[in-house]
Design a protein around this ligand. Structure first.
Ligand SMILES: Nc1ncnc2c1ncn2[C@@H]1O[C@H](COP(=O)(O)OP(=O)(O)O)[C@@H](O)[C@H]1O
Ligand code: SF4
Ligand SMILES: [Mg+2]
Length: 324
């Protein structure tokens, strides 16, 4: 692997609840996470709805300021509001949102959507815009006749291709993909994923790939991190993550996904039933935040929040069971 281009340390993002009597109450959307991303690498960030994945994405791209911690990109601190972020940093980190229906301006043609980042970031001289827009459309395999079409006239997959082309326009080194295929028909999901993998190779891109679909990560991610209530429960290289999951939450999620081969069946953890629902991030349980659902809960889990333990092979876990 090459050098780390993104480093996140102790990142927290709290949202005030607001309203009378709630002055000291916060939604702890991200509550102290650490991870890195290498050049050309895909890190899969997985978790149930509400676990803090999108908030992580928005803090990385600078849409949200941060409550605490550090985000550095190519050794430069970028944990500040997007307004204060240097333009060349905004150019380097792009994002593809879940729903291309809302992330593309319906009043702009595909041409105008793709031209805008070229203008803002002065990617090429204005006379070259048409050629560059055509090149971007080729990269995502969109026919040139769509150039003067509005997003509303395109299918979901095609809209997402425009969104991907727009992200590529600034020639970034990293793209945050927030559930890029979950709003699309199953028939186009594989096409978009394959395209993303091809583009990654061609441009040596780093992907922070956010999804609630753990099985997708098996073929896409180099490493997988699992989030629960604003914290990372486990992070490991993909093979180790799927073959030797250590955290009860990871085991629980893996035990419930379908497998496609006998080999996968062999590694699949026995079905683990969790108790209860995911608690609110306003009232995170004391101790280990998973303790209200964990089938292996011990007394210590209700008092002490486990710290991240690092094991051989770059495999890290937050669980008291692993500290024995
Ligand atoms: N702008 C916001 N204001 C208040 N709470 C928010 C805001 N954005 C997200 N949250 C809350 O933070 C938690 C994490 O949300 P999110 O990052 O969207 O999770 P995910 O993407 O994993 O579903 C949720 O409880 C959500 O309601
Ligand atoms: S620390 Fe305790 S409650 Fe938390 S996951 Fe491990 S065993 Fe379960
Ligand atoms: Mg989300």
């Amino acid at each position: 692997m090459q050098e780390d281009i993104l480093k996140i340390n102790g990142l927290k993002k709290y949202f005030p609840i607001g309203g009378k009597g709630n002055e000291n109450k916060f939604v702890k959307a991200i509550d102290g996470i650490d991870f890195t991303l290498c050049r050309g690498e895909t890190l899969g960030l997985v978790g149930e709805s509400g676990s803090g994945k999108s908030t992580t994405a928005y803090t990385v791209i600078g849409m949200y300021g941060i409550t605490e911690g550090f985000i550095s990109f190519k050794e430069k601190d970028i944990g500040v509001d997007i307004e204060k972020r240097p333009l060349n940093m905004k150019k380097e980190i792009q994002m593809v949102f879940q729903d291309p229906g809302t992330s593309l301006n319906p009043q702009h043609t595909v041409y105008k959507i793709l031209e805008l980042p070229l203008k803002i970031h002065k990617i090429c001289p204005p006379k070259d815009y048409p050629k560059e827009v055509a090149r971007l459309m080729d990269m995502v395999e969109l026919p040139h006749e769509y150039m003067h079409t509005y997003p509303g006239m395109l299918g979901g997959g095609e809209k997402q291709m425009v969104a991907i082309a727009r992200a590529l326009a600034t020639r970034p080194s990293m793209i945050v993909l927030d559930e890029p295929t979950s709003a699309l028909d199953v028939s186009v999901q594989a096409k978009i994923i394959n395209m993303l993998l091809r583009l990654q190779k061609e441009m040596n891109l780093s992907y922070l790939f956010i999804t609630h679909d753990l099985s997708l990560m098996r073929n896409v991610a180099d490493r997988v991190a699992i989030m629960y209530l604003g914290k990372i429960a486990e992070i490991a290289p993909t093979e180790s993550f799927f073959q030797n999951p250590k955290h009860p939450y990871t085991q629980m999620l893996l035990s419930s996904i379908p497998v496609v081969s006998e080999e996968e069946e062999e590694y699949k953890p026995k079905r683990i039933h969790s108790q209860g629902e995911i608690p609110s991030p306003v009232n995170v349980p004391k101790g280990c935040s998973f303790n209200t659902r964990c089938p292996f809960v011990m007394e210590v889990c209700k008092e002490d929040d486990p710290r991240m333990l690092n094991f051989e092979g770059n495999h890290s876990v937050r669980c008291h069971l692993c500290s024995k």
